[in-house]
Design a protein around this ligand. Structure first.
Ligand SMILES: *Cc1c(COP(=O)(O)O)cnc(C)c1O
Length: 355
């Protein structure tokens, strides 16, 4: 059985052994204030930076979910307002969470086949603390290319910082970390691990801002988390098991450059195939807007239903569409933990039954 669900997604098969090891090595009741845990944290942070090419001067934080990251950014890095450029359900949810805490926050929606024009953004003004973009919009299988992120970074107004939701791409593709101040992801997407842990990366400029704003009203305020992380500690008992699993998978995985190339090649093949050969077609028609790590397909609702049903009967679980796209689309995760053999089976299935 393979799952192509884009989160929670297929975990690495090695997780079975890592779980056993975690139990045997006593991690499940490890003291999170002890030296052993500090060593694990230090090693995990270093391995994360090495394998993913994260700049050494970025600070790594561990939280529980991408949703927590949304809330923490509104609390601790948004004294006045944030600006949200989005085209789908996750970007919109982030905007809603921010607005609930900072009502002045503004949003601008663009089309799924559109490459947004960052030089023309009504609502983005000098009072903006944080500009928020979703690098990979999991709900509709779109992606912002490096050039869009770079242009956004170069035209930030006033003192604004750039925050990037990379929940379903970080760990799968090479991201240009120096071209934004804040990046985050949760591990049940491209890290191939069980949910319950997220990773947030802050640039030195973002850390400086955290210190200046010095917001301390919440258990997860970034200032408190930062002070703890200076000593590889956390504000509360963290998900030690998931941190352990992360350290094990990072040690065993190749560098991000190789992972990126592999996923890009697989995505190209899949898009080529679905562009021509089947009754379904890619959900996103503009190749410049298509995601590398989540492939969306569209078709009539009855056909989508039939494809999912028959695939499942053959041990292939496809991801459903999301939000407004639910009945007429399906999603295929192209995450590192899903082996090539699974994609070979998937293409054979389509070639046999829905060509
Ligand atoms: C999955 C996802 C989230 C939510 O992640 P949680 O860890 O469940 O909070 C947020 N943004 C994007 C782009 C996602 O794909």
């Amino acid at each position: 059985m393979y799952t192509f669900n884009p989160g929670p997604s297929q975990v690495y098969p090695q997780v079975r052994q890592y779980l056993q090891d975690a139990f045997d090595e006593g991690w499940l009741s490890a003291q999170h204030r002890g030296e052993r845990f500090v060593q694990l944290m230090r090693q995990t942070v270093q391995e994360l930076k090495n394998k993913l090419n994260v700049p050494q001067d970025y600070t790594v934080f561990f939280m529980s979910s991408a949703t927590e990251c949304w809330e923490v950014l509104a609390q601790s890095l948004t004294p006045t307002k944030s600006f949200h450029l989005y085209n789908g359900a996750f970007g919109e949810k982030w905007f809603e969470y921010a607005q609930a805490l900072r009502p002045e926050s503004a949003g601008l929606k663009f089309g799924v086949d559109e490459v947004p024009d960052v030089y023309n953004l009504p609502g983005l003004d000098e009072k903006t603390d944080l500009v928020c973009i979703t690098q990979n919009e999991t709900s509709n299988a779109t992606q912002l290319r490096d050039g869009v992120v770079l242009n956004m970074y170069n035209r930030l107004p006033g003192n604004a910082l750039l925050a990037v939701d990379a929940t379903s791409s970080l760990g799968g593709i090479q991201l240009k970390y120096i071209k934004a101040d804040i990046w985050y992801a949760s591990v049940q997407k491209c890290f191939g691990l069980p949910a319950g842990l997220s990773i947030m990366l802050l640039s030195p400029r973002a850390i400086e801002r955290v210190r200046k704003i010095n917001e301390r009203r919440h258990y997860n305020s970034l200032m408190a988390q930062y002070e703890k992380m200076l000593n590889y500690q956390t504000t509360h008992t963290p998900n030690v098991l998931d941190i352990y699993l992360l350290s094990r998978t990072l040690t065993d995985r190749p560098a991000i450059k190789a992972v990126h190339q592999h996923l890009q090649d697989r995505a190209n093949k899949l898009y080529d195939y679905f562009d021509q050969a089947t009754q379904l077609s890619p959900l996103i028609t503009n190749p410049e807007a298509r995601s590398t790590t989540v492939i969306g397909l569209q078709g009539p609702a009855a056909l989508i239903e039939e494809v999912k049903r028959r695939a499942l009967a053959q041990g292939l679980q496809l991801g459903s569409g999301y939000g407004p796209w639910k009945p007429t689309s399906l999603r295929i995760a192209n995450f590192p933990a899903i082996p090539d053999a699974a994609f070979e089976q998937l293409v054979q299935f389509f070639a046999r039954e829905f060509a």
